[in-house]
Ligand binder design. Structure first.
Ligand code: NAD
Length: 245
């Protein structure tokens, strides 16, 4: 039976590239995103047509435990198993610590951290029954190093690493591996909005002298869900051109 993967935030950007990579590997894909359903449906249709796997689009806000519960139940019923979960959905609401609005702090924690927890909580019981699972969560270099104007984002991404390591210890006995990826600077709609000057400064700090592409992150996810990575759990893999060493 074909394996099934849930990829959150996969209507566009890094998430879409991850969904494409896993489809190429033969996974059926649950395309989960909070955007209007047309966005996820387009990605799901594109992947199904190109790679011949089964896909289904879901409109789901990862920060809503109810919405996540319904989505995961539907994925399990539709596809029969959940073999891989990729927690990729994320947002930024940058600003200086003292000027950051409380709602901007809360929103980033709700999506990036609570959203990751919500999916872990619903998917782990399914994987535990299967005695098989691969969970990869997208953290950030900022979760390892911190960054000015991103106390909310860096806290959420450091938290994702905490969830990953704790769950890795809890569920290793169920043959579930839990790892995180810490991307550096990847060219996506999230980073396209940054001023040119900031982008140039970023580039100067990348030893491999190029911005990351969405496929760089997707390839690392592909490895971590593969059998080749069956002895790797609780790790944070930096995919950043050497920014963090
Ligand atoms: P993006 O903004 O291009 O895509 C994010 C996707 O997540 C969008 O489709 C969006 O609709 C969806 N999303 C947002 N809130 C959601 C919610 N509440 N529920 C469900 N879906 C939601 O961003 P990206 O650059 O592709 O980033 C993907 C992930 O990688 C994020 O977790 C981000 O923090 C992380 N990351 C990105 C970079 C980078 O340089 N782009 C670097 C490090 C980490």
């Amino acid at each position: 039976m074909a394996k099934t993967a849930i990829v959150t935030g996969s209507a566009r950007g890094i998430g879409k590239a991850i969904a494409v990579k896993l489809a190429k590997m033969g996974y059926n894909i649950a395309v989960v995103d909070a955007c209007p359903i047309e966005g996820s449906q387009e990605t799901a249709d594109e992947i199904k047509k190109e790679y011949g796997v089964e896909t289904k689009a879901y409109r789901c806000d990862v920060s809503s435990s109810e919405s996540v519960k319904e989505t995961v139940a539907d994925v399990a019923a539709t596809f029969g198993s959940i073999d891989a979960l990729v927690n990729n959905a994320g947002i930024t609401r940058d600003g200086f610590l003292v000027r950051m609005k409380e709602e901007d702090f809360d929103a980033v924690i709700a999506v990036n951290l609570k959203g990751t927890y919500n999916f872990f909580r619903e998917v782990v019981p399914v994987m535990s029954k299967q005695k098989y699972g691969r969970i990869v969560s997208i953290s950030s270099i900022v979760g390892l190093e911190g960054n000015a104007c991103q106390v909310n984002y860096s806290a959420s991404k450091a938290g994702v690493i905490g969830i990953t390591k704790s769950a890795a210890r809890e569920y290793a006995g169920k043959n579930i591996t839990c790892n995180a990826i810490a991307p550096g600077f990847v060219q996506t709609p999230m980073t396209d909005v940054l001023p040119e000057k900031v982008k140039e400064q970023m580039l100067a700090g990348i030893p491999l002298k190029r911005y990351g592409q969405v496929e760089d992150i997707a390839n690392a996810v592909g490895f971590l869900v593969s059998d080749d990575a069956s002895y790797i759990t609780g790790q944070v893999l930096s995919v950043d051109g050497g920014m963090h060493m």
